[in-house]
Design a protein around this ligand. Structure first.
Ligand SMILES: Nc1ncnc2c1ncn2[C@@H]1O[C@H](COP(=O)(O)OP(=O)(O)O)[C@@H](O)[C@H]1O
Ligand SMILES: [Mg+2]
Length: 270
């Protein structure tokens, strides 16, 4: 029997997809075992594939996480592949995507004049260390603070469309569209982290599908999972805010067919 690891982290209870996924794998003839990425007793070579999922603490120790990923990739199939994880865990990849992205100023110096700013580190998740401010000097100060800590700041205009239309996340498994969701604004006044999972299934617009597929075509690797997070710029054009190829929540409970599609994609890549 084929056996694959579903890789999570110490606070695995927070991942409500960790039972659903192995159950769907079983239907596809794959046994799934939940493992913590930083469990020293795990034998990664025993798996036909090691599937990175809720490794939500890598933000705090990216080098250690990447060293782990390199080790795993040397003994078995790692999904997504190591090269993808290495580039995707630092949002500087947005510079080289070759598609429209949210305008970003990568330094604390010479900030553009925008009505409102978002300042965030290039290595982050779940809007950690991410601040919204109308004060340009405050934005510069926050960016400088990140630089002083050896991090790369990202300064962006605050896109208030995230409060009306919301962010659209498109899920692809082995390159095939599975489903899409609308996600609510995380930096809206009064929003909390608990709002994030409160998403809803959404049919993506043709221009969003076109952009998402352009992004995927540009990546020369097999991707078991890809979540492409899109917003709209003030003129209405879609733009990538984030490309989630490392540890995305997949919104699998939102579409009854999604877990089976994920399992089929894994089967294809084994
Ligand atoms: N420029 C922006 N305008 C409006 N909202 C933003 C902006 N940047 C980030 N956000 C909000 O913060 C959330 C987290 O930012 P994101 O860039 O996706 O990083 P991560 O999810 O890795 O923390 C987004 O989902 C969005 O709700
Ligand atoms: Mg995000």
């Amino acid at each position: 029997m084929t056996i694959c690891a579903y890789v999570t982290y110490a606070d695995f209870e927070l991942d409500d997809e960790r039972d659903l996924v192995p159950a769907a794998w079983r239907e596809a003839g794959i046994e799934g075992r939940v493992e913590r990425w930083d469990d020293p007793s795990a034998d990664w070579s025993a798996y036909d594939a090691v599937v990175v999922r809720s490794v939500w603490d890598y933000i705090l120790r990216r080098e250690e996480f990447l060293a782990w990923a390199r080790r795993v990739a040397s003994v078995t199939k790692l999904l997504n592949p190591y090269a993808v994880l290495e580039s995707n865990t630092d949002k500087t990849y947005l510079r080289d995507l070759g598609v429209p992205t949210v305008p970003t100023h990568w330094s604390s110096q010479g900030l553009p004049d925008w009505p409102e700013y978002v300042v965030k580190p290039s290595v982050s998740g779940g809007a950690r260390d991410t601040t919204r401010t109308t004060d340009r000097a405050e934005a510069a100060r926050l960016a400088k603070e990140l630089e002083a800590a050896g991090r790369t700041p990202m300064v962006q205009p605050y896109l208030d469309m995230v409060e009306a239309e919301g962010e659209t996340s498109l899920l692809y498994f082995n390159g095939r569209f599975s489903h899409a969701v609308r996600r609510s604004a995380m930096l809206a006044a009064g929003a909390t982290a608990a709002d994030n999972p409160r998403a809803q299934l959404r049919t993506p617009a043709p221009d969003q599908v076109e952009l998402a597929e352009k992004v995927l075509t540009a990546i020369p690797h097999d991707l078991l999972y890809a979540r492409i997070d899109l917003v709209r710029l003030p003129g209405g054009a879609p733009a990538v805010i984030e490309l989630e190829l490392t540890e995305p929540y997949l919104f699998l409970t939102y579409d009854p067919q999604a877990p089976a599609r994920f399992a089929t994609a894994l089967r294809e890549l084994l």
